[in-house]
Design a protein around this ligand. Structure first.
Ligand SMILES: O=C(O)c1ccccc1NCC(=O)[C@H](O)[C@H](O)COP(=O)(O)O
Length: 214
């Protein structure tokens, strides 16, 4: 029986990207609020995109170690369905953010080797979803969106108590293998969809979602 796959297209910067994501069949779109990212969007830009999203397409804000003042402005100005915490937020901070904003929280966990797996269990107890992403290389300028895959064997056959997404270096060419090797039914990507840093290529977005849902 075919799996019910959900795709999150992250790092969108224009309302037309949101329209293409929806048409293509993505379940989530992600907006990046990390200032050093080429995919960074301002609150007005994100608000425009969020207001243009059709009902049923979940709008996710990606933040890195954001304080309450930042999250207050974000949640006041941008209609959102989920917060993605992509920094070093502790389990207590995840609980605090959930309570304060009343939105589901997805916690990103960086994976490089076996020693990283315990954190997945820990965050599964507090977050609504987990994003398994490649731990950034030491010299990386951002904690995600680096177009690098981790060793999928590390999580093969493992399951957690909350829904989870696979991220890191996914492409139209490796997505079928990624699903088969990890058992993921949610996928998140950004870099492989771009024609230039921060610019999504609509043909690549459509091709990825088609391949993932095939
Ligand atoms: O995309 C960014 O610039 C970014 C900045 C800071 C934290 C996370 C970031 N991206 C996360 C993602 O877009 C994805 O969830 C994930 O890391 C996979 O990205 P990619 O390997 O580029 O497909």
């Amino acid at each position: 029986m075919p799996k019910d796959i959900k795709v999150k297209l992250c790092g969108l910067t224009r309302p037309e990207d949101v329209a293409v994501a929806a048409e293509a069949g993505a379940a989530y779109v992600g907006f990046v609020f990390f200032p050093k990212s080429p995919r960074y969007v301002s609150l007005p830009q994100a608000r425009n995109m969020a207001l243009s999203a059709p009902i049923g397409l979940a709008k996710v804000a990606l933040v890195v170690n954001a304080d309450n003042a930042t999250l207050d402005s974000l949640t006041d100005q941008v209609p959102l369905d989920m917060l993605q915490l992509h920094g070093h937020e502790s389990p207590d901070r995840v609980l605090e953010v959930k309570k304060r904003y009343g939105l589901p929280v997805m916690k990103a966990v960086g994976v490089a080797d076996e020693t990283d797996l315990a954190a997945i269990d820990t965050y599964s107890e507090v977050a609504d979803q987990i994003l398994l992403d490649t731990k950034p290389p030491k010299d990386a300028t951002r904690p995600g969106g680096n177009a690098v895959a981790f060793d999928w064997n590390l999580i093969a056959g493992r399951r957690w108590s909350v829904p989870w997404m696979l991220a890191g270096g996914l492409t139209v060419d490796n997505v079928a293998e990624a699903i088969q090797r990890t058992g993921a039914n949610q996928l998140d990507l950004s870099s492989a969809l771009e024609s230039a840093p921060g610019v999504k290529d609509h043909a690549k977005m459509r091709a990825f979602v088609k391949a993932a849902l095939a």
